[in-house]
Structure formats: C-alpha cells, structure tokens
Design a protein around this ligand. Structure first.
Ligand code: F6P
Length: 371
C-alpha cells in the first residue's frame, strides 16, 4: 500500500517517534510505501509538498522533538486562507485535497494531530478518503483516548519549571505565578501543580475568585516559609471574567481559533490588589512543546505508530488509535470531536484540595480572607 502521512496542528514531543515506528514497521512487516506530506494539510492542498518518506529519513529521529514533516495550525482545507485581490480570504479547498490525494495515488492517509487535525480527518473521511487518525497534543484534551503523546513531556517541563520557581520564591519570599499552556483544558496546570507542590492551581474548568487565593496566601504567611507558588492555565478565568486572548482568530488567516495568553498576569494583577508580597509572573510558552520526548511519550507514540498499521490492515478507516487503560485500541474519528476536560469534582481535584491546594472556588473560612 501507498500511505500518506501528515502531522498537523502545534508540534509536540513524540511526533518523530511515531513517524519512525510507523515507517519502520510499515516497511519491514507490510512492505508499504510512505509519502511524507509536509506542513500538515497544507501539503495536501499545495503542490510539491509531498515526498517519498523512506526508512533512511527516519533513522535517528526517535529522541528528537518537533516533526521532520513540518506542521501548520493554519491549513484547514475546509476554510483555507488564500490571497485574492490583495487580501486574505478563507475558501473551502477540501475538493482540492481530495483530488491531490488521488493524484498522489494514495491508498490511505495517516493524519497525526490534535482536535483540529483529527476533526478535519473525520470530515475528509466523510468525503470518501481512507483516513486513520493518531492523537497527539500537549494539552491532553482529546476525547476518545486516555492520553495523547506529548503531554507527558510537557508536564515534566512544567513540573521542572515549578521546581525552579520554588527556589526564588523561597529565597525572596515572593509569590511566583507560572502560566502554562493547555488551551481550554487544565490538565497540564493540574498535574504539574500537584507534582511540583503548588499552593494555588487555576484551571479553565473552575472559574476562580480572588478571595480564597488571598486567604490561602495569607495562611501561608503565618508560617516561617510564606512564599507561594501559583500555577495558572492559559485558559483560566476569574468568575464572571473572560478568557485572556493574545490574538483573535480573525487576525490570523486560516487559523480559525484564538491564541490564548495573559491569564497569569490577570491573576497576578488581581492578587496584587490584596497582598503586599512581591509577585512575579513567568510565562512558560513554547518551551512546553520543545525538546526530546520522555520515555513514556516515546513509548506511546511508537505504540500508536505501530497500531495504525493494524487499523490499515483491518480496513478500519475513519478510526483513530487511542489509549484505553493499558491497551491501544481503535475508536471512531468522530470521538475526537468531543471535548475532554478536567472534572472539577474528580478524584485528582478532590485530592489536591485535601492537600490544601486552592483552586479559587472554596468557601472562605470564618473571619474572611485576612487580607
Ligand atoms: O494545542 C497546543 C498549544 O500549545 C496550546 O497549548 C496553545 O494554546 C497553542 O497550541 C499555542 O499555539 P501557537 O503555537 O500557535 O502559539
């Protein structure tokens, strides 16, 4: 078989491990041929962005971050940005993508990506293309799978940042705020906040009030070690507040979604009105997407890459590979279109609260915040 492979959306650690696993098993066990489609769906719409993907090209890439195929989060064939009359307009070029697929004489397409890439894959499958999906994202916000690869590495990076901020927080007796990614899901903030021993974790799923945060910080102030660590997910908002947006969707042709940023500063500014301690904000940004994958991500990505070939062999087009418990299984691509979010009443949030971590939604203790 001749299989096209593309990686779409934001890059993440593990993409190269997946490509290697797919190509290695595909060639050795099944005798498949691979076509590397560059820059996500851009390579399926634009000419000359598809090339043979050989075993030679995938040697030595297992521990490397990024993707040898390149990626794009602004190349949706269903609303593709094109320049017309000196301005950008969005056009439905999905028929062009379907035509190019056939011109490349593909027997199937492997689309590796997050919610955007996989929902496009689902729509292309509905248009008759033979597509298998593979879930990746540092946000871990994809329904249908227990975990996406890329998440474990990003979580380790965030936890390392919390550890590093601790030392300055402690030395200067400061409140250190760390803003992490995750879009509308708080998994990165929640996990790294708990793993790093944060005092406050703010996530999109739990709108926060400043009073419980102030109370938590003041309570710590009564001890010898009064510094505080606050981990803020980029999608977190105060109650009645709105998302912190760095760039509107319409400002970037073809992107289709807003770019978040600034939630850490919003929380810091609110706190500054109530507390005297110095506050510093760190935005971790794209460091979270960089670097080589952890062993867990290499393993998950490799398992996904190998499992894709089982789906191809069994004709399970329109499905994606997914982790369920300890097993890699096939689930409908439609599953990826559902949201996955932190459960505010789930075990992890409850345990975090039982450790004294504030999410900004707790009832105040009698006597108020003390602030
Ligand atoms: O979805 C992955 C992600 O890193 C999000 O956590 C973040 O909001 C977004 O992508 C950033 O996108 P960009 O790389 O375009 O700034």
């Amino acid at each position: 078989m001749r299989l096209g492979v593309l990686t779409g959306g934001g890059d993440c650690p593990g993409l190269n491990a997946l490509i290697r696993g797919l190509v290695k098993r595909g060639i050795h066990e099944f005798g498949h041929e691979f076509v590397g489609i560059e820059n996500g769906y851009m390579g399926l719409v634009e000419p000359e962005l598809a090339h043979p993907l050989t075993r030679e090209q995938t040697r030595g890439i297992l521990p490397k971050g990024g993707t040898i195929l390149g990626t794009s989060n602004k190349a949706n064939p269903f609303c593709y940005a094109v320049r017309e009359g000196g301005r950008w307009v969005e056009r439905d070029l999905s028929d062009v993508a379907v035509r190019r697929y056939h011109e490349m004489k593909l027997d199937g397409l492997v689309a590796v990506g997050g919610d955007g890439t996989l929902s496009i894959a689902h729509r292309l499958a509905e248009k008759g293309l033979k597509v298998v999906g593979c879930p990746k994202t540092i946000d871990n916000d994809l329904s249908g799978t227990d975990q996406t690869f890329g998440f474990d590495t990003a979580r380790a990076t965030c936890t390392d940042a919390v550890d590093k901020l601790h030392t300055t927080a402690e030395s200067h007796d400061r409140v250190m705020v760390l803003e992490v990614m995750g879009r509308y899901a708080g998994f990165l903030a929640l996990d790294s906040g708990i793993a790093g021993g944060a005092d406050i974790i703010l996530i999109p799923e739990i709108p926060y009030r400043v009073e419980p945060l102030v109370e938590r910080i003041y309570k710590r102030g009564t001890r010898k070690r009064s510094f505080s660590i606050v981990v803020v997910s980029e999608g977190a908002c105060p109650e009645g507040g709105s998302l912190s947006i760095a760039e509107k969707a319409e400002d970037v042709p073809g992107r289709g979604v807003v770019r978040l940023g600034g939630a850490g500063k919003v929380a810091a500014d609110l706190l500054a009105r109530h507390i005297e301690a110095e506050i510093r904000v760190t935005v971790l940004g794209h460091l979270q997407r960089g670097g080589g994958p952890t062993a867990a991500d290499r393993l998950l990505a490799t398992r996904y890459g190998c499992k894709v070939l089982d789906l191809v062999r069994d004709g399970q087009w329109g499905h994606m590979v997914a982790l369920r418990g300890c097993d890699i299984v096939a689930v409908s691509l439609g599953e990826s279109r559902k949201e996955r979010r932190v459960d505010p009443r789930g075990e992890l949030v409850r345990f975090a609260k039982s450790l004294g971590i504030s999410f900004g939604d707790e009832a105040l203790e009698v006597g108020g915040s003390g602030g």
